[in-house]
Ligand binder design. Sequence first.
Ligand code: GLN
Ligand code: ZN
Length: 781
Amino acid sequence: MLTHNLGYPRIGSKRQLKKASEAYWKGKISLHELLQTGADIRLQNWKLQQKAGIDLIPSNDFSFYDQVLDMSLTVGAIPERYHNIVTDQKQPELDLYFAMARGYQNNELDIIAMEMTKWFDTNYHYIVPEFKKDQKFKLFSTKVLDEFKEAKRLGIPTKPVILGPVSYLLLGKEKETGFNRISLIKNLLPVYLEILKKLENSGATWVQIDEPYLAMDLSSEEKEAIQYAYKEIKKASPSLKILIASYFGTLGDNINLATSLPVCALHIDLVRAPEQLDKILEVIPKNMSLSLGLVDGRNIWKNDFESSLELIEKALSAKAPERLLIGPSCSLLHSPCDLEGESNEMDLTAEIKNWMAFAKQKVKEIVYLKELALNKENETNLAILSDNKAAIHSKAKASIIHNAKVAAALGLLGPGHSQRKSQFRDRQKLQEQNLNLPLFPTTTIGSFPQTKDVRQWRANLKKGVLTQNQYDELISEETKAAIQWQEAIGLDVLVHGEFERNDMVEYFGERLEGFVFTQNGWVQSYGSRCVKPPIIYGDVSRPEAMTKYWTAFAQSLTEKNVKGMLTGPVTILQWSFVRNDQPRSVTCQQIALAIREEVNDLEDAGIKIIQIDEPALREGLPLRLSQWDNYLKWAVECFRIAASGVQDKTQIHTHMCYSEFNDIIQHIAAMDADVITIECSRSQMELLDAFAEFKYPNEIGPGVYDIHSPRIPTEGEMVELMEKAKAVISDRQLWVNPDCGLKTRGWEETREALIRMVQAAKSLRKKATVSISSYNANAIQ
Ligand code: GLN
Ligand code: ZN
């Protein structure tokens, strides 16, 4: 029996990588210093896993930005627009790499970034590979080899990890019509064979190839591509031990495919899909090893050793111990680094902390499971097991988890709670009277730049350097300035700027019961961006208003409408670590009721427009199509519970940030938000294709520029994008806005971009032949 890990968090336990990359981008540290930070993190991670007793330690799980982008560079899939970036001679790769991730702008060049989208159903974002019909691949970056050799030099034998060829292709996107990217497998595979050969020659024995698509619905062509790829790999490197990894769900109807591949070992996710074990044990060939993914890589709760041991026992009844591996369900990329550093007794009490495990603890759990399985009678092991049982038992029985009032409120939920009073057409008229907006109203998504200063104030408040009053004073000045500035540049619907918020989920979690927080529980979201998900350990309720003060304050400063800004129930759920003792849908309903109370409070305070952000709605989609409907039903229902307590004339907005929403557009329409602002500038309005077939009934603001890149868009560009939208959506329905919140941007670029955006809206209005009032007239006729 071997222990192994599929991947370790690479941001560093103190977010060293974030700090170093951002400093490098600003020109504050040298390339050498950045590379050194990377090397230090790798060394630390390898050492830690070695010390814990992990047999197969991963390498190439490190990344300066994203593992999919790493693969694009490895196989030389570099879109043409980056070809003439002049880069540093010593490290030509890294600047090109960052340009692909973030866009590139200097005096002569202005190149947009590659698209970014969510990694399966996680809150991690990857950079989407771009493919052409005659796409050529060649070994370009040798990162995987370099990192393997680096570890070897340090005396640590590792198991290199690469993204598998089929999943790599499927994660990408065709950039021209007339071909299917899976047909590129024949062009792509030689590069994989070359890498594997080189790894073998450098002394690698095991290689982990991730094929997360094995847990997805696959077409017959895609299945054939998998068979083809692994047959070729076997032919080319017959003695290399290939471990093919599936995760995030059951193999389902791909069980036979996966177990018939000529690979040495198969990894399965037994946290998401423990039920698949029986069937797999029936069909897996004798000489194929099975890796049991037992420790949850996606959540922070302690492993329940007893139930894991049952699964191991079951596997042992069908397989020899030397044919078994024990590991996490998926890469620990999605877990925070280390629970030991958490000392905030106020929030995270010793009682709750004792229920949890982060990456470093999970690595230990993997090793314990092996020891427990092999040496049950050993005294130390017995003690470990009984400690674990006690922790699991204490969580199940804890009184702090249950709140009778919350249960009673859920019991009272009926259909009336998820239904606005009138249908959209009627609400729209009332809202036009209530709000008095021009055609193509301009707005932003909520947040304005969270400058160093703003973050420093918050840190100082925490440290006690600032009093609450002093802090509030600073925030109110910042908010005032933002309101005045928005008025000055002529935005139509203003926002208060969210300066008081650390994070759109954390801020609410801190004000709701049932949540706890960590000090350093950071997880990578994209590139250098990390999030610190709250932990929902118990029933959720709202003791008092959460956003009313700052929203009403901002509204008091202006005649224009200030949009109230809330995070939606699905997003709060999706971006938290969620309790695992009740269905997610129930936890989501509890949050929905709390947000509903807040929406109603804002309306009572005179706020006429309220946005309920649901950027995470889509990422919660189950990986298998057959389960979509069930999820969408409760997710949409929860949004509606939150939104439906208001009068018709109050305008409910929602915001989502992803472009692939074509396939769920009916459900998005079913949310029945009066206005949706949505990301789509990175994919150049491709999502508007959806509107060709489906007439979206309500109002919509297709984001006109990409806020994830520091690049400033031109007015012409934004008008052009809106023209595309106008071709499929009526003028009356359209809003003009950036594609997401601006908190990660600097003020300078934000100012310039929004001034141009307002200009773009003005020139659209000039060209429009009808005005809102004539629409009203039409509507009344
Ligand atoms: N209102 C939030 C903001 O502007 C929305 C962020 C998001 O969609 N991720 O920051
Ligand atoms: Zn967004």
